[in-house]
Write a protein that binds this ligand. Structure first.
Ligand code: GAP
Length: 530
């Protein structure tokens, strides 16, 4: 568990925290808006020099936890472009839709389901306010649960929520878009920009990006940018099973880009049009899928909580309305600065995908089970997490503003040390007297194992602040005693710990061991097996 002193932290409201995280990301080279010199591209972002390191470390932790810790999970790297029939078989051509609606006055486009969800959230927040007010009024004796179940105004709001969500669920199940529009009208939902209720009809919008393969004059065909990496795993199921002599149960893991033409793209890197997924499909014997579903729910939650955020930042959300291919599904939600939202999905996908690919390709995608002495199409339990969302979860939780004893403020990212982009900063106290040369010597020892920063500009205090702000776990300062053979501290340096700001004098040859102990991924991986 990472600790900076909570007493020192400056309380900020969640909206400001989110704004601060976005500007911090840009200021320090984690994330930039894509093609910013042309005013950016909506919901597309670039990772900068530090962002790319943090992202790589998160990916590596996921990858190792899957492929290195499980003898029966192997990785692949399938192409982004796939045969177009893949997407017919997976159901994405026909059903990967969001219901959209336009406001005729503002010309703004919205997801109809998001407008309704936001409306429900507003009613929910009215309930919260009633409870808050009552809690103040009644003091310590207040029983929130009792108040919720008896107060007439709260009950009225609750009834409204149930009515609307019931109607909405039925409308979605029946694909009744006229009813979805009627709900928007009945709820008197207005366009946040124009304030008007002048809505178009609701229509379905397919989220896949398409392009042409081959020149137009040739036999050009429409192909899609993959909206999920999972299908690259399904179509390679038999290749991997046979070439790797894999026995069921076994898994195939993959990380890579996915693309979705999201209608409502907001909340920074939470919902992007180009993003990265880390997915694992676990192939199991039919009838055992619920046991494996429970196993992966627990294993994935353990992975998340090994990263040091408090347990109450995570929760499971079971899907009530299941996708046509699933017989169980849930999300691991994280408390982002804008509330609890989906971070990862765990789905029991039955044999839907493999069977559908069998039908569309005419090729058998079956496994011969030597114990059962028969062929079958395996069932699949999937774990699917967005790398960018994981990045945002870590960054927003790690970002702190602290008031120090002298009244100054430091921005600090208390990221898990093994994920931090830079592991150590090498800082000569002054730019002369042979100190830079000694610092470079130390840099040359450490750089083969870790990404280190050398910095000789500005005061040592300012340099510490810069490193705190990017989450560097160690600052190593080289001073005159380090290079003075007559000093008792000859060949020693000061090492400063990011979270506690504690400083200690250590021998140069102890540095590799001290740093390795703290930044190695091994400890975190071991905790997953505990
Ligand atoms: N193969 C299953 C699948 O793709 P999903 O719930 O649509 O399931 C899985 O996506 C994860 O991918 C989500 O939990 C989220 O972390 C991430 N994700 C989905 N859409 C995203 C987007 N537009 N931007 C960023 N991450 C996204």
């Amino acid at each position: 568990m990472i600790t900076t002193d909570p007493e020192k932290q400056i309380p900020v409201n969640k909206e400001d925290l989110f704004k601060n995280v976005i500007s911090h990301s840009k200021e320090y080279g984690f994330i930039f808006p894509s093609s910013e010199i042309y005013d950016g591209l909506s919901a597309v972002y670039d990772y900068g020099q530090l962002g790319v390191e943090l992202k790589k470390n998160i990916r590596e932790y996921w990858w190792k936890s899957m492929t290195q810790l499980h003898e029966n999970i192997v990785g692949i790297d399938a192409a982004i472009f796939m045969h177009p029939t893949t997407w017919k078989a997976s159901g994405h051509v026909d059903a990967f839709n969001d219901p959209l609606i336009d406001n005729k006055d503002s010309k703004k486009r919205y997801r109809a389901d998001v407008l309704i969800d936001d409306h429900l959230a507003k009613i929910e927040s009215k309930i919260d306010k009633e409870i808050e007010k009552a809690a103040k009024r009644f003091g310590e004796t207040f029983d929130a649960k009792m108040y919720r179940s008896t107060n007439p105004r709260v009950l009225e709001y609750q009834k409204k929520i149930e009515e609307i969500s019931g109607r909405f669920k039925t409308a979605l199940t029946n694909n009744d878009l006229v009813e979805v529009k009627q709900i928007i009208i009945d709820c008197e939902i207005v366009c946040p920009v124009s304030g008007s209720r002048n809505w178009t009809d609701v229509r379905q919008f397919n989220l896949m990006f398409s392009t042409q393969m081959g020149s137009v004059s040739e036999d050009a065909g429409t192909i899609y940018l993959r909206p999920e990496t999972a299908q690259g795993i399904f179509v390679n199921f038999l290749n991997v099973q046979k070439s790797g002599r894999m026995k069921i149960p076994f898994g195939i893991a993959q990380t890579g880009k996915a693309f979705r033409n999201e209608i409502v793209a907001r909340q920074f890197i939470f919902r992007m049009r180009e993003f990265e997924q880390m997915e694992m499909q676990f192939f199991v014997k039919p009838g055992t899928e619920m046991d494996w579903y429970a196993y992966w729910k627990e294993a994935r939650m353990k992975w998340h909580t090994s990263l040091g955020s408090p347990m109450d930042k995570y929760r499971f959300h079971d899907h009530i309305k299941l996708a046509h291919y699933a017989n169980a599904a849930c999300d691991i939600e994280f408390e982002f600065p804008f509330g609890f939202k989906e971070l990862e999905g765990i789905h029991s996908r039955t044999d839907f995908d493999l069977k559908s690919h069998e039908q569309h390709s005419g090729k058998k995608l079956q496994y011969f089970d030597p114990e059962e002495n028969k062929n079958y199409v395996p069932y699949v339990v999937e774990t699917s997490i967005g790398l960018d969302r994981m990045f945002l979860a870590l960054l927003s939780d790690a970002y702190k503003n602290e008031v120090l004893e002298d009244g100054t403020i430091r921005d600090v990212l208390n990221l898990p040390a093994f994920l931090a982009p830079v592991k150590a900063a090498i800082l000569p106290l002054v730019k002369k007297d042979g100190l830079p040369e000694k610092a470079k010597e130390i840099m040359n020892i450490l750089k083969f194992d870790h990404l280190c920063h050398y910095d000789e500009k500005d005061s040592i205090g300012k340099r510490y602040r810069r490193q705190d702000a990017i989450g560097t776990p160690f600052c190593i300062t080289i001073d005159h005693e380090t290079t003075d053979p007559s000093s008792a501290n000859y060949n020693t340096v000061t090492i400063r710990h990011r979270d506690t700001m504690r400083q200690e004098r250590v021998k140069v040859d102890q540095l590799p061991g001290i740093i390795e102990e703290k930044v190695s991924m091994k400890k975190a991986l071991k905790s997953l097996e505990a």
